[in-house]
Design a protein. Structure first.
Length: 289
């Protein structure tokens, strides 16, 4: 994982590099925000929930995910990606999350021909050893920062309120969210679906499952924090069901080595991981890709 620099603040949750040796690796991709991905080597096949299997391109856009997706990495793979914030996705693509979720979106639908050519040239330079994989992050930032759309101020205010609400606790009351915004309940629901893909109650459910999965994948987090998160579930059956839905794995599967274990680092997932990544919450360093 590569923390976004100051110029990427508000645009990118994290950058990441995935590199594998030759061969085939079957994994799952948790329900994350939209991703802008550069494939330097290898290919990835994605199978989304209730969707077909599709293949990555040199410049790949993975729309916001409401559920986990299965993937197969055909190595050797070298992939550099950026996890976009909810606001930057709308500024770049202006595509509602509730309409374009769980699918690869053709790059030409979102980016200009010049932007695609620039990214492809940067990938070729990396493939030839002229630049390092980390250098591709600057090229991704330039494209994301050039997003041609400006979300409405009232929409931005609601998104900020939703993020504050999600960060206020592990199981915040939905009434607190409604009380914190100046728009009607119907408007709140509509804006939430556009930026997060689903209504507020379902957004909280997804974030809660991702936080629980992060705890299971990062055993260095404190037992006290673990107890707080697990207490938000009615019983183990609900915990297992939600974690499987949003990460593609069961709680026991986090005990084995997995790419998913590595990428479920709280520092990498913005709003979902913020509560787990506060100073003093860790008892040992979190793993990195």
């Amino acid at each position: 994982m590569i923390a976004p620099p100051a110029e990427s603040a508000g645009l990118v949750n994290t950058f990441y590099i995935i590199e594998t040796e030759g061969g085939r690796i079957e994994e799952s991709i948790p329900a994350y925000s939209a991703q802008l991905i550069l494939m330097v080597r290898g290919t990835v096949h994605f199978t989304f929930a209730d969707g077909p299997t599709v293949q990555s391109s040199t410049v790949t856009i993975n729309g916001p995910q409401m559920r986990s997706a299965a993937c197969v990495l055909e190595g050797p793979v070298l992939q550099v990606g950026a996890s976009l914030t909810h606001m930057s996705w709308q500024a770049l693509a202006n595509l509602p999350a509730d309409l374009v979720h769980d699918q690869l979106i053709p790059a030409e639908t979102v980016l200009t021909a010049e932007q695609i050519a620039s990214l492809e040239a940067a990938v070729a330079a990396c493939r030839d050893g002229q630049i390092a994989p980390e250098d591709l992050c600057a090229h991704l930032t330039a494209v994301i920062a050039a997003g041609p759309f400006t979300p409405r101020p009232d929409h931005a205010a609601v998104v900020d309120a939703i993020l504050r609400w999600l960060g206020s606790g592990f199981d915040p009351a939905i009434s607190d969210l409604y009380a914190s915004v100046s728009v009607s309940p119907r408007q709140l629901q509509r804006i939430c679906r556009r930026f997060f893909g689903v209504a507020p109650a379902q957004v909280l459910k997804r974030f809660r499952a991702l936080r629980a999965a992060m705890l299971l994948a990062q055993p260095g987090l404190s037992q006290e924090l673990r107890a707080q998160v697990m207490a938000t579930y009615f019983d183990q059956a609900h915990l297992i069901r939600d974690i499987r839905r949003y990460t593609g794995r069961t709680p026991t599967q986090f005990r084995t080595d997995s790419l998913v274990n590595e990428i479920l680092d709280p520092a990498a997932h913005g709003d979902a991981g913020a509560l787990l990544n506060k100073p003093g919450q860790q008892t040992q360093p979190l793993s990195r890709l």
